[in-house]
Design a protein around this ligand. Structure first.
Ligand code: AVI
Length: 321
């Protein structure tokens, strides 16, 4: 590739029917829940980008600082010419820190949010004209599909942002196993993991003073209204974020401010006052706890980097060659 970079776009997206059936099944449960992957339509992805800029939301800043500080070491461990895969790489926001050192043969961002992915891939292509990009619009939590045209090379999966924390521990092991299968023997995983810490710091990060995280949570209901014909009255739902110390996770919920019935198409759901819809978990791990999960999934720890304030960790793992 000389001057112009090459972007291939592959739409492997989940359908509206899957969204509808996941929402209906989740709202029929008690406590009700909605899978957090549905946060990320175009509006939700923009709100999430705004969250990452908040003073209270330390993970993004801490991770970026760690990546910048250790980019050369990471490239030294992994080498150049690899095929860099980023499940959930919808904003391509952090990968640019690694590109200069890693010089991958191609970059494969995978994300559920098509518009966000397309825009981000185009911006990255403008910044790195030599980079071959194969953008895959896919629900990587269900299936990790590689675009058929992606070139061969040692695969390096990049999974920043502590998105692994949005799986429960058993789901995290299963997901890490699917990454191990994707990268294969000799392949790498570079992953950002949020650390356990003071409850006050954690709860402020998920319930910011400006109310951006509240908007992000409520957008889930707005999205159901827009895309599935729901009639949620957003004023009647309140954002909640609590650290569950026993389970080591932040929980986000939407609490019903009154007794109400919500309709989605021909389905209706009754909620009592104070009843909640559980919308997200964000698990926090010590370095040792996370090493144990990754080991169960078939990875061997190569390196781990932690910032001075012990807020965030970046692990490099490898599948035995
Ligand atoms: C994407 N994920 C890692 C974020 C987190 O911190 O769990 C999502 C998020 N939810 C609320 N704020 C940020």
């Amino acid at each position: 590739m000389n001057n112009a970079s090459k972007i291939e776009f592959h739409d492997l997206h989940t359908t509206r029917d899957e969204f509808l059936s996941d929402v209906i099944n989740g709202l029929r449960q008690r406590p009700a829940s909605i899978p957090p992957k549905y946060f990320y339509d175009a509006k939700g992805s923009k709100l999430f980008d705004a969250i990452t800029e908040l003073a209270e939301y330390y993970p993004t800043r801490s991770e970026i600082a760690l990546l910048k500080q250790h980019a050369d070491e990471i490239a030294g461990e992994v080498g150049t010419g690899s095929l860099l895969v980023e499940p959930g790489g919808g904003s391509c926001a952090k990968v640019h820190i690694l590109l200069k050192g890693l010089k991958p043969c191609a970059y494969v961002p995978m994300d559920i949010s098509k518009d966000h992915l397309q825009m981000a891939a185009q911006e990255l292509a403008a910044q790195f004209p030599w980079l071959e990009i194969h953008a895959a619009c896919t629900d990587f939590t269900r299936e990790m599909k590689m675009p058929p045209s992606a070139p061969q090379g040692t695969k390096v999966a990049f999974f920043p942002g502590s998105s692994i924390g949005n799986f429960d521990p058993a789901g995290a092991v299963a997901f890490l196993q699917s990454i191990a299968t994707l990268v294969g023997p000799g392949g790498y995983l570079l992953i950002g993991v949020d650390l356990k810490k003071d409850k006050k710091i954690l709860e402020a990060a998920y319930d910011d003073a400006a109310g951006v995280t509240a908007q992000f949570n409520l957008n889930l209901l707005a999205r159901i209204n827009r895309e599935l014909g729901g009639n949620f009255d957003l004023a009647q739902w309140q954002h909640l974020a609590l650290y569950n110390e026993a389970l080591g996770r932040i929980e986000m919920h939407l609490r019903s401010r009154c007794q109400q019935t919500v309709k989605i198409g021909s389905e209706s759901f009754d909620f009592a006052q104070d009843e909640t819809i559980h919308s997200e978990n964000s698990y926090k791990y010590s370095v040792e706890e996370f090493n144990a999960l990754a080991t169960q999934a078939g990875f061997v720890s190569q390196q781990v980097w932690v910032d001075d304030k012990q807020l965030f960790s970046i692990h490099l793992f490898r599948v035995k060659p």
